[in-house]
Design a protein around this ligand. Sequence first.
Ligand code: GLN
Length: 282
Amino acid sequence: MQTIQSAITEATALLIEVSDSAALDAEVLLCHILEKDRSYLRAWSEKRLSSSQRLQFQKLLQQRLDGQPIAYLVGKREFWSRDFKVSPDVLIPRPDTELLIELCLPLIPENEPCKIIDLGTGSGIIGVTLAAERPNAIVIASDISEKSLKIAKENAASHQLKNISFQQSSWLDDIAPDEFDLIISNPPYIAADDPHLKQGDLRFEPQHALVADDDGLKDISLIAKSAYSYLKQGGHLLIEHGFEQQEMAQMIFQTFSYANIQTHKDLAGLPRVTSGQKLNDT
Ligand code: GLN
């Protein structure tokens, strides 16, 4: 008879072949089936699994052994301490993107309205997090993909947000002229020939959310170009990019007349977000 503990031990032994976090993966999958948290697994380690639980676990385990990302198997991922629904239609939230949130929060006043747009919102993590952290802000989250917008809307609803709205648009193309305080994006920025695309979770993620032409710079450039006329005087544009794209990102921001261009480092000390400000109309 399989107990919680023996199921975890056996699954971990198999997952070691495909995952750097085998034991954690096994526990997260089992928690998903049991609808419990990880402390339950410890407290009830000798409890037997029912045959239906065993079958469900075997199925998820096989999918994980085939490479499927944990976030898609359990349908959610945490970002900035909130749970977000995810599916293969959206990129899996990454802790790296919390750098964007850290940089945005000090730019958003707590007690005054502030207009924000999150371009290419995917599961909605950036727009939803900012709307939740700053209830006086008015946030638009846009995406070209209808399927992404559906998930982002569900995430806004599950966090009971009233200050965020959604719009289908390719970057700013379908957004009405406006003056935003803050324009933010985590666009696709991986070059089409990057070998990482053939590894790990990235193999299962929507390629349109990962890959951009011109060595990964095309969308960063399109956004920087169009964002300028959508910013208020003094407004900020912040874009996440790859750790080797600092120089090119800065050059793009310069080309389109941004002032105070800065590149910010993530927790690993890598340059991952470039920001700029609109300071005059040229
Ligand atoms: N940071 C992600 C990765 O390298 C890519 C995310 C993106 O393209 N926006 O896996």
